[in-house]
Design a protein around this ligand. Sequence first.
Ligand code: BTN
Length: 242
Amino acid sequence: KTIEYRASCESTQIIAHQLAQTGVPDGTVALAEEQTAGRGRMARKWDSAYGKGVWMSIILRPDVPIQRAPQFTLIAAVAVVRAIEEVTGLRPDIKWPNDILVNGKKCTGILTELQSDADGIQALIIGIGLNANQEPADFSDEVRDIATSLKMESGGHVSRQELVRSILFYLEQYTEIYVKEGFGVLKLMWESYSTTIGRKVRARMAKETLEGIAEGITEDGVLQLRTADGKLHGIYSADIEM
Ligand code: BTN
């Protein structure tokens, strides 16, 4: 499989979108030392300093209906958690849908974007931003209190090369499991790492904010939130406060 490497770029998401349009195969990766315009969910920016983290976007071409796309974000989150465990010995948690926390602070974000047409998914672009070797001073003021790096949590320098290798290994393994056995086992793995499920949370969405108990996720990765009036709400996209 090909890794398209850049010392610097605006965003590996942009490179991956361009590559996907030229028809590169499933599993092609865009990887950069630095992003000058790294992007996060909900039009936020993503700090991507030179050499400090893993900034990469993976092109997947799964043969599934568009509604299944969110499952791949969850699968990627499990792959990243396993890789962090393997490389550092830390025990990360997942906050729905895609934040990976260590000791309550965010060390990884995942942004999934879609190229689709009437025939379905053409490409899924799974962007992974993993803070590896930052010091507190490397983070911008806005995120310093809520962000962390693997180095800050483990106390030692962490090999980005090992992280990339391990993430890609687990992602390939889990997508194979997905093809053979479906989402069931992977959903269980995701739930076992999740700090969101079973907790009282506040879900901030574009038009409203809902408070309730996060009861679980559906097969499609939709968060099930039970509000005080007993109603069950399906949350597709939100910021979760716990
Ligand atoms: C989030 O938590 O908001 C998602 C952050 C995703 C960041 C990664 S870094 C690699 C890829 N390129 C980008 O511009 N964004 C993603």
